[in-house]
Design a protein around this ligand. Structure first.
Ligand SMILES: Cc1cc2nc3c(=O)[nH]c(=O)nc-3n(C[C@H](O)[C@H](O)[C@H](O)COP(=O)(O)OP(=O)(O)OC[C@H]3O[C@@H](n4cnc5c(N)ncnc54)[C@H](O)[C@@H]3O)c2cc1C
Length: 411
């Protein structure tokens, strides 16, 4: 019997297990998935928790609901990965592999910023953890006036549009409560504007302007003075806050760092086209654990999953891996008032306006606000739990296509 071992049963690992079980004969291949958490968190739902739109319970299901028949699920903490010995160690055991898939995601590391944890859960909050999203819900509902500052410590972060969604939704939330005129909202970012790419930056930055959300760009955080409620940059600029919503540095899983198989941020060196490890034999990496230069997003994990499973199957059958991943990413961006925008892009093509997925028909608008887009964002939770995690094929190609996009860069 040969062994395929999958590390992490979040979005990426769960999808790989489901797809590979369909591809590999059960009498030849044992598939083992290892994760320390029995709960599967729908992380995109955490954005809605601070505003009271979802509860945490709406975002959690037991991981066992998604373990396909014929896959062994091991509930344990992975403590070491040894690619030379092709062996994984956990707190309670060890697992040899013929092929390994690493999908251990990434996490926030608030300790990396001086002073950030001094008032963590007091006047400083996050929504990148379930407990953080829950505590921020209380803080948002109690906040009546003052300066709400949103800070991104550094890139990359998972779901790079989530900060924009949060400030758009905060504008909507406080307007509905009749408090908007008492509250300043400021997005303090290390980027040069609202978003990284020029066309999307112009559209999403203009939305901030219309909603009276101040953007402070090029702010590289040095420290937080929790007593004085001030953020300081490395160049000495200071920004006061009453309520700080922070996205601390995002680092790869601790076990990747401890096993000394990571870059300095804790991500694994991954071929950006094949998704195979650049350094180790018989290892594929996908989801937030890679260092490939596209978004850390569930949509990316989903597109990558198809490429990883096809390549794994090819290699198991003695063929070469194909360089099929193009960096495809897409994401709905909630803009408030029951509306959302949508971006779709890859390594080469930045987000452009247009219609998606059907050219001219949509029904979703690229870089345009619509209620249909918001509905799409809300529907995504159902699609995630009922189709994606169960390994069903969606009518979406892993590779991005230009049909339906209006390439205004050429005009
Ligand atoms: C607030 C927020 C909003 C988001 N919104 C969107 C969105 O709108 N659209 C979108 O596409 N994406 C969104 N994302 C991003 C998306 O959720 C992630 O990109 C996706 O979950 C990545 O999947 P993954 O499998 O790589 O990692 P994860 O889903 O995080 O899974 C990693 C797994 O590894 C396990 N693990 C790690 N270390 C160990 C260990 N040592 N031992 C055992 N198990 C371990 C963890 O328990 C976890 O189950 C959002 C994320 C956040 C936080």
């Amino acid at each position: 019997m040969k062994n395929l071992v999958i590390l992490g049963s979040g979005a990426a690992g769960t999808m790989v297990a489901a797809k590979m079980r369909k591809k590999l004969a059960e009498n030849e291949w044992k598939i083992t998935v290892i994760d320390r958490d029995i709960k599967h968190h729908y992380q995109p739902g955490w954005l809605f928790v601070p505003f009271g739109i979802y509860t945490l319970a709406d975002c959690i299901k037991p991981k066992t609901d998604f373990v396909p028949r014929g896959v062994d699920f091991v509930l344990d903490e992975i403590t070491n990965i040894d690619p030379a010995a092709k062996k994984v160690t956990t707190k309670k055991g060890s697992y040899s592999y013929d092929w390994l898939v690493v999908s251990t995601g990434c996490r926030i590391a608030p300790d990396e910023i001086d002073g950030l944890t001094d008032d963590w859960g007091g006047a400083i909050h996050n929504f990148y953890t379930p407990d953080g999203a829950q505590a921020l819900c209380g803080a948002m509902h109690n906040f009546k006036k003052g300066r709400l500052v949103f800070n991104i410590a550094e890139m990359p972060i998972k779901c790079p549009v989530a900060p924009l969604e949060f400030v758009y939704m905060a504008d909507w939330f406080f307007a509905k409560r009749g408090l908007r005129q008492n509250i300043e909202i400021e997005l303090v970012t290390p980027l040069t504007g609202a978003f990284t790419k020029s066309v999307a930056n112009a559209v999403l930055g203009k939305l901030c302007e219309e909603k009276n959300i101040k953007i402070t760009p090029n702010f590289v955080i040095d420290s937080v003075d929790a007593g004085g409620k001030t953020l300081s940059s490395v160049t000495g600029d200071e920004i006061p806050y009453d309520l700080l919503v922070s996205i601390p540095p995002n680092l790869g899983a601790q076990v990747i760092i401890d096993s000394e198989i990571a870059d300095p941020m804790g991500y694994m060196k991954t071929n950006k086209y094949t998704l195979k490890s650049e350094e180790y034999e018989n290892v594929y990496i996908l989801g937030d654990a890679t260092n490939v230069p596209t978004s850390k997003a569930g949509s990316v994990a989903h597109f990558e999953c198809d490429v990883v499973c096809d390549n794994l199957f090819r290699e198991i059958n003695g063929e070469e891996a194909h360089p099929e991943f193009d960096g495809h990413s897409n994401c709905f961006i909630v803009t408030g008032y029951d509306k959302a925008s949508l971006i779709d892009f890859n390594y080469e093509v930045e987000p452009l306006p247009g219609m998606y997925p059907l050219p001219g028909v949509g029904p979703f608008h690229l870089l345009g606000e619509s209620k249909m887009n918001y509905w799409g964002k809300l529907m995504f939770r159902w699609v995630y739990f009922n189709l994606m995690l169960k390994g069903h094929d969606l009518p979406l190609e892993p590779q991005m296509y230009m049909a339906g996009k209006n390439d205004i860069r050429k005009k």
